[in-house]
Write a protein that binds this ligand. Structure first.
Ligand code: NAD
Ligand code: DAU
Length: 380
């Protein structure tokens, strides 16, 4: 089947992996990457796709209803995979308005444009059934208790679960039917956008799907997030600002495994359903940081662990969620998705990528990457 799909936020971290997967896997589809190129959007993340006949980049703000509507009409769009968002918790604490605007009003603007285009055709474009797929986060569920602070053998396993360390730090997990209890302005805005998406299904019959994923890691992540920031700091022997005592737990998934889940769910997921995405791979921050130090040191030919003294405990993040842990068994059971990469292998691959792509990192940290658009597409 031929399809015409908009992927919003496609120049960001996860979006760029999703765009790459769809462009390469589905040459018969038209893939339109729609991105406003905020500080987090970088066309260098998609450099290898330039010139592909089924790929198009459009610089656009999702909040601009008229432009989005026109693009959807002009391109006869039948699917939207919506990743565009403000995504960093620390920024949301300083500037919640921007998060409400992009994550809530931006999502509403996309929903309205899709409704205006699709509803008159019975939620079909020609013979193709429409899909509005909203990518959300596990943070909307709030924080889990840490009832097993030393860790117990995790009750479920996936390929992502670490070999040396397969622990759970509590007995409960985020399931799809859990109550929303967001704590940060970021997660409150994402929660609100999830509610709008479901409301468009329940009120107008729009064919929507929502997924909530755990922490992603891998190439092309903006170095304000823990893993790329710390890899770069270890390389340059700069302090590693660990919030609190580094006891918070996150559930890590390799970004390409998230992209593969998005592919499966877009094509086979049931309308109006929610799917949680994660690999049962819980780690305390301090243990991830020690693994990063050992890996960077080893790959740079330094004695392993030589840079442990860079660890610097700093004031905790306000409202810092203690533990996230996703139960992804519904997705595994119903759609057969499984992560493919074990955590230590994924970290090794990720560290190598950042060390081998120092130019990408230097461009991002200096802001030079934002000139790339003009070089590629000229002034607008
Ligand atoms: P990111 O910050 O790396 O990328 C966001 C992208 O959205 C950027 O390219 C940016 O330019 C674009 N964007 C921002 N505002 C826009 C606007 N108004 N109009 C058009 N484009 C705009 O984010 P990410 O980490 O890749 O996250 C992508 C999505 O996945 C987000 O919705 C996030 O909530 C969700 N998510 C992220 C994680 C994670 O661990 N990173 C986990 C689960 C869910
Ligand atoms: O759970 C999914 C979420 O994961 C996504 O929805 C968010 O978009 C994404 O940013 C991520 O949120 P976190 O807040 O968990 O990610 P971050 O990389 O900012 O932080 C990971 C953990 O590391 C968190 O407990 C805070 C801590 N941390 C982070 C930074 C940047 C530090 O200790 N020091 C730091 O400098």
């Amino acid at each position: 089947m031929k399809r015409s799909i908009i992927i919003t936020g496609g120049a960001g971290f996860i979006g760029s992996h999703v765009v790459r997967l769809f462009v390469n896997k589905y040459p018969e589809y038209r893939i339109i990457c729609l991105d406003a190129l905020t500080y987090a959007g970088n066309l260098a993340n998609l450099k290898d796709l330039e010139g592909k006949p089924n790929y198009k980049f459009v610089k656009m703000d999702i909040c601009d209803f008229d432009q989005v509507y026109k693009l959807m009409k002009d391109e006869a769009v039948d699917g939207i995979i919506h990743l565009a968002a403000e995504s960093h918790v620390d920024r949301s604490i300083k500037d919640p308005f921007t998060f409400a605007k992009t994550n809530v009003l931006g999502t509403l603007s996309l929903l309205q444009a899709a409704k205006a285009c699709w509803e008159p055709g019975g939620w079909k474009v020609g013979d193709v059934p429409c899909r509005f797929y909203h990518i959300s986060t596990d943070e909307v569920y709030g924080a889990l208790e840490m009832t097993c602070p030393e860790g117990v053998e995790a009750p479920f396993t996936t390929k992502a679960s670490s070999g040396s360390h397969h622990l759970a730090y509590g007995r409960d997990f985020f399931t799809e039917d859990m109550k929303y209890q967001p704590h940060s302005p970021y997660s409150a805005a994402k929660a609100s956008s999830d509610h709008f998406v479901r409301a468009f299904h329940d009120t107008y019959g729009m064919p929507t799907i929502v997924t909530n994923c755990s922490n992603n890691y891998g190439p092309y992540q903006f170095p304000e997030k823990l893993i790329p920031l710390f890899i770069n700091n270890i390389r340059h022997r700069k302090p590693l600002p660990v919030y609190g005592r580094g006891e918070n737990v996150r559930d890590w998934l390799y970004v390409e495994d998230h992209a593969r889940a998005i592919d499966v769910i877009f094509h086979k997921g049931k309308v109006a359903e929610t799917y949680n995405i994660g690999g049962f791979n819980e780690w305390k921050n301090i243990d991830v940081i020690k693994l990063l130090i050992n890996t960077v040191d080893r790959l740079l030919g330094r004695p392993e662990g030589a840079d442990m003294d860079l660890i610097s405990f700093v004031t905790d993040r306000a409202g810092h969620d203690l533990r996230y842990a996703i139960d992804s068994r519904k997705l595994q059971r119903e759609l057969g998705w499984e992560p493919s990469l074990q955590f230590e292998e994924g970290i090794e691959k990720t560290v190598r990528w950042y060390l081998d792509n120092q130019e990408w990192m230097d461009n991002v940290t200096s802001g030079d990457y934002q000139k790339y658009y003009e070089q590629m597409y000229g002034r607008r």
